[in-house]
Design a protein around this ligand. Structure first.
Ligand code: CA
Length: 449
């Protein structure tokens, strides 16, 4: 049995010991994957001893994509340590493994929290993706906006897929089915979360019903390059380095960036078990202070090359440096013709944007993933109504700890949001999501389940 499958089998048993997990978390197993068993090796400065926290350490999981950068930078540049918290980051083999490790908790050899696609934290809290086991979680901050893309294979380059399919590729998907005798395959890394939601939004906005005209499937990110080469799928959506690698390796092209679909959209979030936050409120604020400082650091143009060097190293993502240098700076080649685009405002954003601060966990944005779940009937019995969605989201998304951390770390008052809504949101196709009236948004969508 391949090591990966063996690990999944072990995790499936939910009785894995810390030692077993040590080998499973890393992909390949790494020192950061040591979880609670071994002291992490890091070049970060010593943890501040004078901080009066309830606990000195936290175990967080991450997936090696740009969304995790604030966590890695927080460790490497000593931002967490400065506030008295030692953050043990362990690479997760997949989103499913991250979920299983969260259910185990650090005390059981797993993790206390980490990086998540939404609505994973809300649905783990409700037991909807954990075989009914409810593990309450708290969404503390947004890690990153934008920085994701939809890549298409060279085999469909003549389809000229772009963000606006109605203009670029009318009738393409039906013609594909007729010619190939099968449907166009579009893949994501984990079902019923961000990436599936982006691909569904994109297709539906282009007049393509994702439940009829294409086949949607799950493909783990590390299998992306080979999968696209051998025809496992024609399109794939995830965070960089993957879309940029597909372009650089000439396996396919970037049909659309998620920034084109929805400028300054919510992407992945930091969320932690509620139990940990309730027991350690001061440590939770310290975690957020380190995160905020890491996000401010990451957004500065002069730090992009250093960030790329840290992230691309063997210790962390183990990917070619130029891939991360380009994607961190918002340098893309877009479309079947590979039109160069260099616009940091359309690349990954960690702190600032023309919609205000990125990191703050606006409830209006975390709610959208549940509204989109209603659109596609992802979780029948759990999220069927706007009222249910709001009730779940209000329990899971917390803005008070973020505000306290921002204040304590010296974020100017004008940059600290006071409400929990960012207001109305507009997508590339003109559709408006008004968080005050999600039903009107749902009613306005022509394609849904
Ligand atoms: Ca993502």
């Amino acid at each position: 049995m391949a090591k990966r499958q063996r690990c999944i089998a072990l995790l499936g048993g939910a009785l894995s010991t810390t030692i077993m997990l040590t080998g499973c978390l890393g992909n390949p197993p790494s020192k950061q994957g040591a979880s609670t068993a071994t002291a992490p090796t890091t070049t970060a400065p010593a943890v501040a001893a004078n901080a009066d926290l309830e606990v000195k350490t936290i175990s967080l999981g991450y997936i090696p994509i740009l969304e995790a950068a604030p966590l890695v930078i927080g460790v490497e540049k000593g931002f967490f340590a400065k506030h008295g918290l030692e953050v043990n980051l362990s690479k997760q083999a997949s989103w499913g493994a991250a979920r299983d490790n969260l259910v185990l908790g650090a005390g059981g050899g797993g993790i206390d929290g980490g990086q998540w696609q939404l609505p994973m934290p809300q649905m783990i809290s409700e037991g909807a993706i954990t075989n009914g086991k409810k593990v309450p979680m708290v969404i503390l901050a947004m890690l990153m906006s934008q920085g994701n893309g939809i890549a298409a294979a060279n085999s469909v380059r003549d389809g000229n897929l772009s963000v606006d399919l109605k203009t670029s590729s009318p009738g393409f998907f039906d013609t594909f089915s007729q010619k190939q005798g099968r449907k166009f395959k579009a893949a994501y890394t984990f079902p019923k979360a961000n990436q599936e939601i982006w691909i569904r939004y994109w297709l539906a906005a282009g007049g393509v019903n994702p439940d009829q005209a294409v086949e949607l499937l799950k493909v783990p990110a590390p299998e992306t390059l080979q999968g696209m080469k051998n025809g496992t799928m024609e399109a794939f959506t995830t965070g960089d380095p993957w879309p940029t690698r597909i372009v650089k390796d000439n396996i396919g092209y970037l049909a659309a960036t998620t920034a084109q679909i929805w400028k300054v959209h919510p992407e992945e979030y930091l969320a932690v078990r509620s139990e940990w936050v309730d027991k350690h409120p001061k440590a939770a604020v310290a975690l957020l202070k380190g995160l905020i400082e890491a996000q401010i650091w990451l957004d500065k143009p002069e730090n992009k090359d250093e960030a790329a060097t840290i992230l691309s190293s063997r210790k962390w993502y183990n990917v070619p440096l130029p891939v991360l240098q380009a994607s961190l700076k918002g340098q893309y080649k877009i479309g079947a013709n590979g039109t160069p685009q260099t616009n940091p405002a359309m690349g990954p954003l960690y702190w600032n944007s023309d919609r205000g601060v990125i990191s703050y966990p606006y409830k209006s944005l975390t709610l959208w993933f549940l509204i989109e779940s209603m659109r596609w009937k992802f979780f029948p019995g759990t999220v069927d109504t706007v009222e249910q969605a709001r009730a779940i989201n209000d329990k899971v998304t917390r803005v008070d700890l973020w505000r306290q951390a921002a204040k304590e770390v010296g974020v100017p008052e004008k940059d600290i949001p006071t409400g929990s809504s960012r207001g109305k949101e507009t997508f590339f196709d003109g559709v408006v999501y008004d968080p005050e009236n999600p039903k009107a948004y749902l009613d306005s969508l022509k394609i849904k389940k």
